[in-house]
Design a protein around this ligand. Structure first.
Ligand code: ATP
Ligand code: MG
Length: 416
């Protein structure tokens, strides 16, 4: 019986992996420019990190987590997102004693038990950044600026930044009441998930993917009309900062984040080009998360960006990712003595930084040349009896077919 990969996971072969290298390198590079440092945390965490009491009403916490008991009878969860683990590590290792704010980035696999479809997987990957330690809206704008620049640098033209404020616990509670009042006569029409959300967290209904629910929330009161003075000032400030950055955005009162710990700024980078899974990047401010995790009252802001979705949008936008650098030389040989010299030469050249290929399947010389051709190698060095006696190799240009001779000593310089 052939064993297949679990549903909703993907194997990434060399034909694709260079694209991952490309975006990963670019992301690390832009984080460097913005002063974010990489942080690495475990794939597994204690379930309580994500399920912090009864207040959690999000899809992720309620029904998307990969949770299991380990042999020590502890409930363990494969991380469904990056922010809580980084906040946990920040508190655990008292990183707040360092100079603030702390700016982190990460490039991680995440796990959610979802219905797999294009752009929606059970194991997916995220780029994320977080700024801990400042309530200044410059931080929110900086997070969005990095996302905006990165998406642009990846050659994507059709992504739009949408921002909203989801207020703080004080103004949000008033708004929630207003929203319930509005939804009350429509309650029976809501999907079963949203019926449950009605009591626990009616704002999540605004984000429901069901069209029927989307129909019901049309004309609903918006959070922006109920912001308290502080949240209102913060929202004005974040918009001003985005203007100073010269970053275009639209205000979208429908943006509510998928996790309950968000406050004030909420934003998404959205495209229409990949269907329903159009949110490439989502983020916002979470001023109470670190405190909830037992740390000091330290605010935070950040985003998570789906790498699979990013690559999908790049493809739809016709972005050509450069293929990895080609092989410098294929060394073909005849006979045992030829093989010994080929091994020695390849070793020396690889140590010098050249990319060298050889046959390891006992092909004859004709087979080796055919193999080199199939690998798209542009240059082949041949070491036969004659070459051995002269201490040189014959170099065949696989494109033009021309041959030249180069001495063993000069090979390095020739390749340069
Ligand atoms: P969605 O509304 O599409 O379910 P979300 O709000 O659950 O997204 P976040 O928790 O904000 O997503 O995660 C950040 C980003 O990670 C998303 O914007 C998306 O690009 C990506 N992402 C989320 N879930 C998945 C998944 N199951 N498969 C692939 N990418 C995902
Ligand atoms: Mg989701």
């Amino acid at each position: 019986m052939v064993i297949l990969a679990p549903k909703g996971t993907k194997d990434i072969f060399p034909q694709q992996v260079y694209k991952w290298h490309y975006v990963e390198k670019a992301f690390a590079e832009i984080c460097d420019r913005y002063g974010f440092k990489e942080v690495r945390t475990p794939v597994i965490e204690h379930t309580e990190l994500f399920q912090r009491g009864v207040g959690d009403t999000t899809d992720i916490v309620e029904k998307q987590m990969y949770t299991f008991m380990d042999y020590g009878n502890r409930s363990i969860t494969l991380r469904p997102e990056g922010t809580s683990p980084v906040a946990r590590a920040f508190v655990e290792h008292k990183q707040y004693v360092e100079v603030q704010p702390s700016k982190y980035y990460y490039d991680i696999p995440c796990f959610r038990y979802e219905k797999p479809q294009s752009g929606r997987l059970r194991e997916f990957h995220q780029f994320g950044i977080e700024i801990f330690g400042t309530t200044n809206m410059m931080a929110d704008a900086e997070v969005m600026a990095l996302g905006f620049d990165f998406i642009n640098e990846m050659g994507i033209k059709d992504v739009e930044l949408r921002i909203n404020s989801i207020g703080c616990p004080s103004c949000r509670n008033i708004y929630r009441e207003k929203l319930r009042e509005f939804l009350n006569p429509k309650y029976e029409k809501l999907c079963s998930t949203c019926k449950a959300r009605y009591e626990k967290n009616p704002m999540r209904i605004l984000d429901c993917k069901s069209e029927i629910c989307q129909e019901q929330v049309k004309g609903a009161p918006v959070m922006l009309d109920y912001l308290c003075e502080e949240c209102e000032a913060a929202f004005i400030s974040v918009k001003n900062n985005l203007d100073s950055y010269e970053i275009p955005f639209t205000v979208d009162p429908g943006i509510v984040r998928g996790l309950d710990y968000y406050t004030k700024t909420a934003f998404e980078f959205v495209t229409n080009s990949i269907g329903a899974q159009g949110t490439v990047c989502g983020g916002g401010r979470y001023d109470y998360l670190i405190e909830e995790l037992g740390g000091p009252p330290i605010p935070g802001v950040g985003f998570g960006m789906g790498i699979e979705r990013l690559l999908l949008v790049m493809e739809v936008n016709g972005v050509i990712i450069p293929e990895p650098s080609e092989t410098d030389l294929f060394i073909a040989f005849i006979g045992e003595e030829g093989r010994d010299v080929a091994l020695k030469l390849s070793h020396e050249l690889r140590k010098e930084g050249f990319s060298i290929l050889m046959d390891t399947m006992s092909r004859n010389i004709k087979g080796q040349l055919k193999y080199a051709d199939r690998l798209n190698v542009k240059r082949v060095a041949i070491i036969g009896e004659e070459e051995l006696s002269q201490n040189e190799v014959s170099i065949k240009d696989m494109v033009t077919g021309t041959q030249t001779k180069v001495s063993f000593e000069m090979l390095k310089d020739y390749l340069k």
